[in-house]
Design a protein around this ligand. Structure first.
Ligand SMILES: CC(=O)SCCNC(=O)CCNC(=O)[C@H](O)C(C)(C)COP(=O)(O)OP(=O)(O)OC[C@H]1O[C@@H](n2cnc3c(N)ncnc32)[C@H](O)[C@@H]1OP(=O)(O)O
Ligand SMILES: O=C([O-])CC(=O)C(=O)O
Length: 441
Protein backbone atom coordinates (compact mmCIF):
# COMPACT_ATOMS: atom_id res chain seq x y z
CA UNK A 1 0.00 0.00 0.00
CA UNK A 2 1.44 3.40 -1.00
CA UNK A 3 1.67 6.38 1.35
CA UNK A 4 -1.46 7.99 -0.06
CA UNK A 5 -3.57 4.92 0.65
CA UNK A 6 -2.04 4.51 4.12
CA UNK A 7 -2.75 8.11 5.08
CA UNK A 8 -6.24 8.02 3.55
CA UNK A 9 -7.10 4.82 5.44
CA UNK A 10 -5.85 6.23 8.73
CA UNK A 11 -7.93 9.39 8.25
CA UNK A 12 -10.97 7.37 7.13
CA UNK A 13 -10.76 5.11 10.20
CA UNK A 14 -10.62 8.17 12.46
CA UNK A 15 -13.48 9.90 10.60
CA UNK A 16 -15.61 6.74 10.71
CA UNK A 17 -15.23 6.62 14.49
CA UNK A 18 -16.10 10.33 14.77
CA UNK A 19 -19.23 9.95 12.61
CA UNK A 20 -20.36 6.88 14.55
CA UNK A 21 -20.07 8.80 17.83
CA UNK A 22 -21.69 11.89 16.38
CA UNK A 23 -24.69 9.95 15.11
CA UNK A 24 -24.99 8.02 18.39
CA UNK A 25 -25.20 11.25 20.37
CA UNK A 26 -26.95 13.60 17.93
CA UNK A 27 -28.50 11.44 15.20
CA UNK A 28 -32.04 12.67 15.85
CA UNK A 29 -31.17 16.36 15.88
CA UNK A 30 -33.00 18.41 13.18
CA UNK A 31 -30.70 20.09 10.67
CA UNK A 32 -33.41 22.09 8.88
CA UNK A 33 -36.94 22.22 7.59
CA UNK A 34 -38.14 21.62 4.06
CA UNK A 35 -40.86 23.77 2.52
CA UNK A 36 -43.15 22.85 -0.32
CA UNK A 37 -41.56 25.58 -2.47
CA UNK A 38 -38.13 24.04 -2.04
CA UNK A 39 -39.09 20.66 -3.48
CA UNK A 40 -40.51 22.39 -6.57
CA UNK A 41 -37.50 24.72 -6.89
CA UNK A 42 -34.46 22.53 -7.33
CA UNK A 43 -34.09 21.70 -3.61
CA UNK A 44 -32.26 25.01 -3.17
CA UNK A 45 -31.16 25.49 0.44
CA UNK A 46 -31.94 21.93 1.58
CA UNK A 47 -28.99 20.38 3.41
CA UNK A 48 -29.15 16.75 2.33
CA UNK A 49 -25.64 15.56 1.53
CA UNK A 50 -22.26 15.02 3.16
CA UNK A 51 -19.16 15.89 1.18
CA UNK A 52 -15.89 16.01 3.10
CA UNK A 53 -13.64 17.60 0.49
CA UNK A 54 -14.88 21.20 0.39
CA UNK A 55 -17.54 23.52 1.80
CA UNK A 56 -19.19 26.48 0.07
CA UNK A 57 -20.19 29.58 1.99
CA UNK A 58 -22.54 32.00 0.20
CA UNK A 59 -20.39 34.96 1.27
CA UNK A 60 -16.86 33.56 1.67
CA UNK A 61 -16.89 31.20 -1.33
CA UNK A 62 -15.32 27.79 -1.49
CA UNK A 63 -12.96 26.35 1.13
CA UNK A 64 -11.10 23.10 0.57
CA UNK A 65 -10.66 21.42 3.94
CA UNK A 66 -10.88 24.88 5.47
CA UNK A 67 -8.52 26.65 3.05
CA UNK A 68 -9.75 29.45 0.77
CA UNK A 69 -8.49 29.83 -2.80
CA UNK A 70 -5.99 32.64 -1.93
CA UNK A 71 -4.69 30.55 0.99
CA UNK A 72 -4.20 27.56 -1.28
CA UNK A 73 -2.41 29.69 -3.87
CA UNK A 74 0.01 30.70 -1.13
CA UNK A 75 0.39 27.34 0.62
CA UNK A 76 0.23 24.55 -1.95
CA UNK A 77 3.52 23.35 -3.50
CA UNK A 78 4.34 24.74 -6.93
CA UNK A 79 6.19 23.41 -9.97
CA UNK A 80 9.93 24.22 -10.06
CA UNK A 81 10.13 27.96 -10.88
CA UNK A 82 6.33 27.90 -11.04
CA UNK A 83 3.98 30.55 -9.68
CA UNK A 84 0.74 28.60 -9.41
CA UNK A 85 -0.20 25.67 -7.15
CA UNK A 86 0.06 22.14 -8.50
CA UNK A 87 -3.38 20.49 -8.66
CA UNK A 88 -1.85 17.26 -7.36
CA UNK A 89 -1.66 19.12 -4.04
CA UNK A 90 -5.35 19.90 -3.84
CA UNK A 91 -6.14 16.26 -4.62
CA UNK A 92 -3.91 15.19 -1.72
CA UNK A 93 -5.56 17.77 0.55
CA UNK A 94 -9.06 16.56 -0.35
CA UNK A 95 -8.11 12.92 0.26
CA UNK A 96 -5.91 13.20 3.32
CA UNK A 97 -7.29 16.36 4.92
CA UNK A 98 -3.91 18.01 5.39
CA UNK A 99 -1.71 20.21 3.24
CA UNK A 100 0.87 18.17 1.31
CA UNK A 101 4.62 18.71 1.39
CA UNK A 102 6.63 19.13 -1.81
CA UNK A 103 7.55 15.42 -1.58
CA UNK A 104 3.91 14.39 -1.20
CA UNK A 105 3.04 16.28 -4.36
CA UNK A 106 6.00 14.82 -6.24
CA UNK A 107 4.82 11.38 -5.13
CA UNK A 108 1.32 11.99 -6.57
CA UNK A 109 2.81 13.34 -9.80
CA UNK A 110 4.94 10.22 -10.19
CA UNK A 111 2.01 7.86 -9.44
CA UNK A 112 -0.11 9.65 -12.04
CA UNK A 113 2.73 9.49 -14.57
CA UNK A 114 3.04 5.73 -14.00
CA UNK A 115 -0.66 5.08 -14.42
CA UNK A 116 -1.30 7.29 -17.45
CA UNK A 117 -1.36 4.64 -20.19
CA UNK A 118 -4.61 4.72 -22.19
CA UNK A 119 -5.48 1.48 -24.05
CA UNK A 120 -5.84 1.78 -27.82
CA UNK A 121 -9.49 0.80 -27.93
CA UNK A 122 -10.36 4.08 -26.19
CA UNK A 123 -8.86 6.05 -29.06
CA UNK A 124 -10.62 3.78 -31.58
CA UNK A 125 -13.96 4.47 -29.90
CA UNK A 126 -13.35 8.24 -30.00
CA UNK A 127 -12.22 7.95 -33.63
CA UNK A 128 -15.52 6.27 -34.50
CA UNK A 129 -17.39 9.50 -33.69
CA UNK A 130 -17.82 12.12 -36.43
CA UNK A 131 -15.44 15.07 -36.15
CA UNK A 132 -18.42 17.37 -35.67
CA UNK A 133 -19.24 15.67 -32.32
CA UNK A 134 -19.04 18.02 -29.33
CA UNK A 135 -15.77 17.52 -27.42
CA UNK A 136 -17.68 16.73 -24.20
CA UNK A 137 -19.52 13.90 -25.97
CA UNK A 138 -16.19 12.56 -27.22
CA UNK A 139 -14.74 12.91 -23.73
CA UNK A 140 -17.51 11.07 -21.90
CA UNK A 141 -17.54 8.40 -24.63
CA UNK A 142 -13.78 7.96 -24.10
CA UNK A 143 -14.30 7.62 -20.34
CA UNK A 144 -17.01 5.02 -20.89
CA UNK A 145 -14.71 3.06 -23.22
CA UNK A 146 -12.06 3.14 -20.48
CA UNK A 147 -14.47 1.48 -18.05
CA UNK A 148 -13.12 -1.88 -19.25
CA UNK A 149 -10.18 -1.13 -16.94
CA UNK A 150 -12.15 -0.77 -13.70
CA UNK A 151 -10.55 -2.54 -10.74
CA UNK A 152 -13.66 -2.04 -8.64
CA UNK A 153 -16.00 -3.63 -11.21
CA UNK A 154 -13.69 -6.66 -11.40
CA UNK A 155 -13.30 -6.91 -7.62
CA UNK A 156 -17.07 -6.65 -7.15
CA UNK A 157 -17.68 -9.39 -9.71
CA UNK A 158 -15.29 -11.61 -7.77
CA UNK A 159 -17.06 -10.82 -4.48
CA UNK A 160 -15.15 -8.19 -2.51
CA UNK A 161 -16.14 -7.42 1.10
CA UNK A 162 -17.89 -4.07 1.78
CA UNK A 163 -15.16 -2.92 4.09
CA UNK A 164 -12.59 -3.17 1.30
CA UNK A 165 -14.53 -1.26 -1.39
CA UNK A 166 -12.53 1.91 -0.87
CA UNK A 167 -9.28 0.39 -2.10
CA UNK A 168 -10.18 -0.55 -5.71
CA UNK A 169 -12.29 2.62 -5.84
CA UNK A 170 -9.16 4.59 -5.01
CA UNK A 171 -7.14 2.65 -7.59
CA UNK A 172 -9.77 3.47 -10.21
CA UNK A 173 -9.83 7.12 -9.15
CA UNK A 174 -6.05 7.43 -9.51
CA UNK A 175 -5.99 5.54 -12.82
CA UNK A 176 -8.77 7.65 -14.25
CA UNK A 177 -7.25 10.96 -13.13
CA UNK A 178 -3.90 9.85 -14.57
CA UNK A 179 -5.46 9.01 -17.94
CA UNK A 180 -7.80 11.97 -18.44
CA UNK A 181 -5.20 14.48 -19.72
CA UNK A 182 -4.24 12.04 -22.48
CA UNK A 183 -7.87 11.57 -23.52
CA UNK A 184 -8.57 15.33 -23.38
CA UNK A 185 -5.46 16.19 -25.41
CA UNK A 186 -6.26 13.45 -27.92
CA UNK A 187 -9.73 14.90 -28.50
CA UNK A 188 -8.31 18.41 -28.85
CA UNK A 189 -5.66 17.42 -31.40
CA UNK A 190 -8.04 15.14 -33.29
CA UNK A 191 -10.75 17.77 -33.63
CA UNK A 192 -8.72 20.92 -34.03
CA UNK A 193 -5.10 20.08 -34.92
CA UNK A 194 -5.36 17.82 -37.93
CA UNK A 195 -5.30 14.61 -35.87
CA UNK A 196 -1.58 15.16 -35.15
CA UNK A 197 -0.89 13.93 -31.65
CA UNK A 198 1.82 14.71 -29.10
CA UNK A 199 3.21 11.98 -26.83
CA UNK A 200 3.26 12.72 -23.05
CA UNK A 201 6.36 14.31 -21.55
CA UNK A 202 7.56 12.13 -18.67
CA UNK A 203 9.21 15.07 -16.94
CA UNK A 204 6.13 17.20 -16.53
CA UNK A 205 3.52 17.46 -13.80
CA UNK A 206 -0.12 16.45 -14.43
CA UNK A 207 -1.44 19.84 -15.60
CA UNK A 208 1.80 20.80 -17.35
CA UNK A 209 1.63 17.58 -19.32
CA UNK A 210 -1.95 18.26 -20.37
CA UNK A 211 -0.86 21.66 -21.74
CA UNK A 212 2.12 20.02 -23.45
CA UNK A 213 0.08 17.24 -25.09
CA UNK A 214 -2.43 19.80 -26.34
CA UNK A 215 0.48 21.61 -28.00
CA UNK A 216 0.80 24.59 -25.64
CA UNK A 217 4.31 24.86 -24.30
CA UNK A 218 4.31 28.52 -23.25
CA UNK A 219 5.19 28.81 -19.53
CA UNK A 220 2.23 31.18 -19.09
CA UNK A 221 -0.22 28.60 -20.42
CA UNK A 222 1.27 25.88 -18.23
CA UNK A 223 0.92 28.17 -15.21
CA UNK A 224 -2.68 28.87 -16.22
CA UNK A 225 -3.44 25.15 -16.51
CA UNK A 226 -2.08 24.54 -12.99
CA UNK A 227 -4.24 27.34 -11.60
CA UNK A 228 -7.26 26.29 -13.67
CA UNK A 229 -7.02 22.63 -12.62
CA UNK A 230 -6.69 23.67 -8.97
CA UNK A 231 -9.58 26.11 -8.72
CA UNK A 232 -12.14 24.09 -10.73
CA UNK A 233 -11.55 20.87 -8.79
CA UNK A 234 -14.45 20.90 -6.33
CA UNK A 235 -17.41 23.01 -5.18
CA UNK A 236 -18.90 21.02 -2.30
CA UNK A 237 -21.33 18.16 -2.89
CA UNK A 238 -24.56 19.62 -4.24
CA UNK A 239 -23.49 21.01 -7.63
CA UNK A 240 -24.78 18.98 -10.58
CA UNK A 241 -21.51 17.23 -11.49
CA UNK A 242 -20.52 16.32 -7.93
CA UNK A 243 -24.03 15.30 -6.96
CA UNK A 244 -24.54 13.18 -10.09
CA UNK A 245 -21.21 11.40 -9.61
CA UNK A 246 -22.04 10.73 -5.96
CA UNK A 247 -25.58 9.56 -6.76
CA UNK A 248 -24.49 7.10 -9.45
CA UNK A 249 -21.60 5.93 -7.26
CA UNK A 250 -24.08 5.18 -4.48
CA UNK A 251 -25.45 2.34 -6.65
CA UNK A 252 -21.87 0.97 -6.53
CA UNK A 253 -21.40 1.88 -10.17
CA UNK A 254 -17.63 2.07 -10.55
CA UNK A 255 -15.74 5.40 -10.75
CA UNK A 256 -15.67 5.37 -14.58
CA UNK A 257 -19.47 5.05 -14.78
CA UNK A 258 -20.04 7.53 -11.96
CA UNK A 259 -17.62 10.14 -13.27
CA UNK A 260 -19.09 9.87 -16.79
CA UNK A 261 -22.56 10.50 -15.32
CA UNK A 262 -21.29 13.57 -13.48
CA UNK A 263 -19.58 14.94 -16.57
CA UNK A 264 -22.76 14.60 -18.60
CA UNK A 265 -24.15 17.06 -16.05
CA UNK A 266 -21.12 19.32 -16.33
CA UNK A 267 -21.84 19.47 -20.07
CA UNK A 268 -25.07 21.43 -19.45
CA UNK A 269 -25.10 25.19 -20.20
CA UNK A 270 -26.34 26.15 -16.73
CA UNK A 271 -23.34 24.32 -15.23
CA UNK A 272 -19.84 23.79 -16.72
CA UNK A 273 -20.76 24.46 -20.34
CA UNK A 274 -21.37 28.09 -19.30
CA UNK A 275 -17.63 28.67 -19.85
CA UNK A 276 -18.03 28.08 -23.59
CA UNK A 277 -21.27 30.06 -23.63
CA UNK A 278 -19.52 33.10 -22.16
CA UNK A 279 -16.93 33.28 -24.93
CA UNK A 280 -19.48 32.47 -27.61
CA UNK A 281 -21.67 35.30 -26.27
CA UNK A 282 -18.75 37.78 -26.23
CA UNK A 283 -17.63 36.76 -29.74
CA UNK A 284 -21.19 37.23 -31.02
CA UNK A 285 -21.40 40.63 -29.32
CA UNK A 286 -18.09 41.72 -30.87
CA UNK A 287 -19.22 40.56 -34.30
CA UNK A 288 -22.56 42.31 -34.05
CA UNK A 289 -20.97 45.56 -32.85
CA UNK A 290 -18.03 45.33 -35.22
CA UNK A 291 -15.42 46.00 -32.52
CA UNK A 292 -12.98 44.02 -30.36
CA UNK A 293 -13.43 46.38 -27.43
CA UNK A 294 -17.09 47.34 -27.01
CA UNK A 295 -17.79 50.29 -24.70
CA UNK A 296 -19.63 49.78 -21.42
CA UNK A 297 -22.70 51.44 -22.93
CA UNK A 298 -22.64 49.00 -25.85
CA UNK A 299 -22.21 46.07 -23.46
CA UNK A 300 -25.17 47.31 -21.39
CA UNK A 301 -27.40 47.45 -24.46
CA UNK A 302 -26.28 43.96 -25.56
CA UNK A 303 -27.01 42.53 -22.08
CA UNK A 304 -30.51 44.02 -22.17
CA UNK A 305 -31.07 42.53 -25.62
CA UNK A 306 -29.95 39.08 -24.36
CA UNK A 307 -32.39 39.34 -21.45
CA UNK A 308 -35.23 40.56 -23.65
CA UNK A 309 -34.78 37.46 -25.83
CA UNK A 310 -35.48 35.32 -22.74
CA UNK A 311 -31.88 34.11 -22.42
CA UNK A 312 -29.56 34.06 -19.43
CA UNK A 313 -26.38 36.14 -19.27
CA UNK A 314 -23.82 33.33 -19.20
CA UNK A 315 -21.24 33.39 -16.38
CA UNK A 316 -23.48 35.35 -14.03
CA UNK A 317 -25.57 34.12 -11.09
CA UNK A 318 -25.13 31.15 -8.81
CA UNK A 319 -27.32 28.69 -6.92
CA UNK A 320 -25.44 29.20 -3.63
CA UNK A 321 -22.88 32.03 -3.90
CA UNK A 322 -24.09 35.54 -3.14
CA UNK A 323 -20.95 37.46 -4.11
CA UNK A 324 -18.30 37.51 -6.86
CA UNK A 325 -16.90 33.99 -7.13
CA UNK A 326 -13.39 33.88 -5.57
CA UNK A 327 -12.43 31.69 -8.54
CA UNK A 328 -13.35 34.61 -10.83
CA UNK A 329 -11.15 36.86 -8.67
CA UNK A 330 -8.20 34.44 -8.83
CA UNK A 331 -8.43 34.43 -12.63
CA UNK A 332 -8.78 38.22 -12.73
CA UNK A 333 -5.57 38.47 -10.69
CA UNK A 334 -3.87 36.11 -13.16
CA UNK A 335 -5.08 38.28 -16.04
CA UNK A 336 -3.79 41.48 -14.40
CA UNK A 337 -0.39 39.86 -13.96
CA UNK A 338 0.00 38.19 -17.35
CA UNK A 339 -2.17 40.04 -19.91
CA UNK A 340 -3.58 43.33 -18.57
CA UNK A 341 -3.87 44.86 -22.06
CA UNK A 342 -5.63 41.97 -23.79
CA UNK A 343 -8.88 43.40 -25.25
CA UNK A 344 -10.90 40.24 -24.59
CA UNK A 345 -9.78 40.11 -20.96
CA UNK A 346 -10.56 43.82 -20.65
CA UNK A 347 -14.01 43.14 -22.09
CA UNK A 348 -14.57 40.50 -19.38
CA UNK A 349 -13.68 43.15 -16.79
CA UNK A 350 -15.98 45.72 -18.41
CA UNK A 351 -18.81 43.18 -18.43
CA UNK A 352 -18.13 42.70 -14.70
CA UNK A 353 -18.82 46.42 -14.16
CA UNK A 354 -21.91 46.53 -16.35
CA UNK A 355 -23.85 43.31 -15.71
CA UNK A 356 -24.45 43.18 -11.91
CA UNK A 357 -26.48 46.45 -11.70
CA UNK A 358 -28.61 45.36 -14.66
CA UNK A 359 -29.30 41.91 -13.17
CA UNK A 360 -29.99 43.48 -9.76
CA UNK A 361 -32.52 45.83 -11.33
CA UNK A 362 -34.60 42.85 -12.50
CA UNK A 363 -35.36 42.12 -8.86
CA UNK A 364 -35.59 38.34 -9.22
CA UNK A 365 -31.97 37.22 -9.54
CA UNK A 366 -30.55 36.17 -6.20
CA UNK A 367 -26.91 36.63 -7.19
CA UNK A 368 -26.01 39.23 -9.84
CA UNK A 369 -22.27 38.56 -9.55
CA UNK A 370 -19.97 36.60 -11.89
CA UNK A 371 -19.14 32.94 -11.36
CA UNK A 372 -15.99 31.03 -12.33
CA UNK A 373 -17.11 30.60 -15.95
CA UNK A 374 -17.31 34.34 -16.63
CA UNK A 375 -13.53 34.59 -16.77
CA UNK A 376 -11.87 31.34 -17.74
CA UNK A 377 -12.36 31.44 -21.53
CA UNK A 378 -10.75 34.85 -22.05
CA UNK A 379 -7.50 33.63 -20.44
CA UNK A 380 -7.48 30.56 -22.68
CA UNK A 381 -8.12 32.61 -25.82
CA UNK A 382 -5.14 34.81 -24.89
CA UNK A 383 -2.81 31.83 -25.34
CA UNK A 384 -4.43 30.81 -28.61
CA UNK A 385 -6.96 28.27 -27.33
CA UNK A 386 -9.86 29.78 -29.24
CA UNK A 387 -11.85 26.59 -29.76
CA UNK A 388 -14.39 27.33 -27.06
CA UNK A 389 -16.39 24.12 -27.45
CA UNK A 390 -13.39 22.41 -25.86
CA UNK A 391 -13.40 24.45 -22.65
CA UNK A 392 -15.74 22.22 -20.66
CA UNK A 393 -13.37 19.29 -21.25
CA UNK A 394 -10.72 21.19 -19.29
CA UNK A 395 -13.27 21.83 -16.54
CA UNK A 396 -14.08 18.09 -16.54
CA UNK A 397 -10.44 17.06 -16.18
CA UNK A 398 -10.12 19.33 -13.15
CA UNK A 399 -13.48 18.29 -11.64
CA UNK A 400 -12.28 14.67 -11.67
CA UNK A 401 -10.04 15.53 -8.72
CA UNK A 402 -12.95 16.54 -6.52
CA UNK A 403 -15.65 14.11 -7.55
CA UNK A 404 -13.30 11.12 -7.50
CA UNK A 405 -11.80 12.08 -4.12
CA UNK A 406 -15.42 12.20 -2.98
CA UNK A 407 -16.15 8.71 -4.31
CA UNK A 408 -13.19 7.40 -2.29
CA UNK A 409 -14.70 9.05 0.78
CA UNK A 410 -18.21 7.80 0.00
CA UNK A 411 -17.04 4.19 -0.01
CA UNK A 412 -14.60 4.57 2.89
CA UNK A 413 -17.38 6.02 5.04
CA UNK A 414 -19.80 3.31 3.90
CA UNK A 415 -22.43 5.74 2.59
CA UNK A 416 -25.56 3.90 1.42
CA UNK A 417 -27.58 3.98 -1.78
CA UNK A 418 -29.00 7.48 -2.26
CA UNK A 419 -32.72 7.43 -2.73
CA UNK A 420 -34.76 10.45 -1.60
CA UNK A 421 -38.56 10.42 -1.53
CA UNK A 422 -40.52 12.11 -4.29
CA UNK A 423 -44.17 13.13 -4.44
CA UNK A 424 -46.79 13.87 -7.07
CA UNK A 425 -48.70 17.16 -7.18
CA UNK A 426 -51.89 15.13 -6.72
CA UNK A 427 -50.47 13.70 -3.52
CA UNK A 428 -49.45 17.19 -2.38
CA UNK A 429 -52.99 18.47 -2.94
CA UNK A 430 -54.47 15.56 -1.02
CA UNK A 431 -51.97 16.13 1.76
CA UNK A 432 -52.92 19.83 1.93
CA UNK A 433 -56.57 18.76 2.22
CA UNK A 434 -55.56 16.48 5.08
CA UNK A 435 -56.53 13.39 3.07
CA UNK A 436 -53.20 11.71 2.49
CA UNK A 437 -49.89 11.39 4.26
CA UNK A 438 -47.16 11.97 1.65
CA UNK A 439 -44.07 11.37 3.73
CA UNK A 440 -42.54 7.93 3.69
CA UNK A 441 -41.53 6.33 6.98
C1 LIG B 1 -19.58 26.15 -12.60
C2 LIG B 1 -20.97 26.56 -12.54
O1 LIG B 1 -21.84 25.77 -12.70
S1 LIG B 1 -21.31 28.19 -12.16
C3 LIG B 1 -22.89 28.52 -12.97
C4 LIG B 1 -22.72 28.56 -14.47
N1 LIG B 1 -23.99 28.91 -15.15
C5 LIG B 1 -24.21 30.13 -15.69
O2 LIG B 1 -23.38 31.02 -15.63
C6 LIG B 1 -25.53 30.31 -16.44
C7 LIG B 1 -26.21 31.62 -16.06
N2 LIG B 1 -26.72 31.58 -14.71
C8 LIG B 1 -27.90 30.94 -14.38
O3 LIG B 1 -28.61 30.41 -15.24
C9 LIG B 1 -28.31 30.86 -12.92
O4 LIG B 1 -27.80 31.98 -12.22
C10 LIG B 1 -27.86 29.56 -12.22
C11 LIG B 1 -28.41 28.35 -12.97
C12 LIG B 1 -26.35 29.48 -12.14
C13 LIG B 1 -28.43 29.54 -10.79
O5 LIG B 1 -29.83 29.44 -10.90
P1 LIG B 1 -30.80 29.76 -9.70
O6 LIG B 1 -30.24 29.30 -8.39
O7 LIG B 1 -32.14 29.22 -10.06
O8 LIG B 1 -30.80 31.36 -9.71
P2 LIG B 1 -31.88 32.39 -9.14
O9 LIG B 1 -32.65 31.83 -7.99
O10 LIG B 1 -31.17 33.68 -8.94
O11 LIG B 1 -32.90 32.53 -10.38
C14 LIG B 1 -34.01 33.37 -10.29
C15 LIG B 1 -34.38 33.84 -11.70
O12 LIG B 1 -33.30 34.63 -12.23
C16 LIG B 1 -32.87 34.09 -13.47
N3 LIG B 1 -31.42 34.24 -13.61
C17 LIG B 1 -30.46 33.76 -12.78
N4 LIG B 1 -29.25 34.04 -13.30
C18 LIG B 1 -29.46 34.69 -14.46
C19 LIG B 1 -28.58 35.21 -15.46
N5 LIG B 1 -27.28 35.07 -15.40
N6 LIG B 1 -29.15 35.83 -16.53
C20 LIG B 1 -30.49 35.95 -16.63
N7 LIG B 1 -31.35 35.46 -15.73
C21 LIG B 1 -30.84 34.83 -14.66
C22 LIG B 1 -33.25 32.64 -13.40
O13 LIG B 1 -33.29 32.07 -14.71
C23 LIG B 1 -34.59 32.70 -12.71
O14 LIG B 1 -35.54 33.16 -13.65
P3 LIG B 1 -37.07 32.62 -13.63
O15 LIG B 1 -37.59 32.91 -12.27
O16 LIG B 1 -37.71 33.41 -14.73
O17 LIG B 1 -37.00 31.16 -13.92
O1 LIG C 1 -21.69 25.06 -7.06
C1 LIG C 1 -22.39 25.00 -8.09
O2 LIG C 1 -23.61 24.75 -8.07
C2 LIG C 1 -21.81 25.26 -9.42
C3 LIG C 1 -20.36 25.59 -9.39
O3 LIG C 1 -19.97 26.73 -9.24
C4 LIG C 1 -19.41 24.49 -9.50
O4 LIG C 1 -19.83 23.32 -9.48
O5 LIG C 1 -18.20 24.75 -9.62
Amino acid sequence: MGILKERFKAKADADNATIKELLKNHGTKKIGEVTLSQIYQGMRGITGLVSETSLLDAQDGIRFRGYSIPELQAKLPKAPNGTEPLPEGIFYLMLVGELPTEEDVQYITSVLQRRSHVPNHVFSVIDALPLSTHPMTMFVTGVMALQTESNFAKAYAKGISKKDYWEPIMDDAMDLIARLPRIAAYIYRRKYKNNEHIEPNGLLDWAGNLAYMMGYEQPGFMALMRLYMTIHADHEGGNVSAHATHLVGSALSDPYLSYAAGMNGLAGPLHGLANQEVIKWIFEMRKELGTDLPTKEQIGEYVKKTLSEGKVVPGYGHAVLRRTDPRFEAQMEFGKKHMPDDPLVQTVWNIYEVVPPILKSLGKIKNPWPNVDAHSGALLVHYGLVEYEFYTVLFAVSRALGVLANLCWDRALGFPLERPKSVTTRAVKLWLEGKEEIWGD
